[in-house]
Design a protein around this ligand. Structure first.
Ligand SMILES: [Zn+2]
Length: 118
């Protein structure tokens, strides 16, 4: 064989294989994994209340140990900010409310049927 016989690297019937996920490109699983799957909301949510100091002597109440679910955390942050009349934000697995609202939040979350620690 002297001629440079060119062969297709990938057979046409199987198609190209995605280098990332190992599935055929026509059935690539990468796109479905671009966004990390949202964590399931457990039937019984347990939360841990704690106080953290922020700059300039202010404190925030941190509701931690929550499922990493953006919609859930955003909704919870909205609800808690409203009922505490304070600012706050949702983190990765936490919701922070400005000020010390442990007593109010303990009662509020327990009324939702949550297990509240801290
Ligand atoms: Zn892929």
């Amino acid at each position: 064989m002297t001629g440079g016989e060119k062969r297709l690297v990938y057979s046409s019937d199987r198609g190209r294989i995605c280098g990332k996920c190992g599935w055929p490109v026509s059935d690539c699983h990468c796109s479905s994994n671009l966004a990390a799957p949202e964590a399931q909301i457990p039937a019984k949510i347990s939360a841990k209340l704690s106080i953290e100091k922020r700059g300039s002597g202010s404190v925030v109440t941190v509701v931690g140990g929550l499922p990493a679910n953006r919609g859930f955390l955003d909704a919870l942050a909205r609800e808690l900010k409203k009922s505490c009349g304070a600012g706050g934000r949702a983190g990765e697995t936490t919701v922070e409310i400005q000020g010390d609202h442990r007593e109010r939040l303990r009662e509020l979350l327990a009324r939702k049927g949550w297990i509240v620690r801290g």
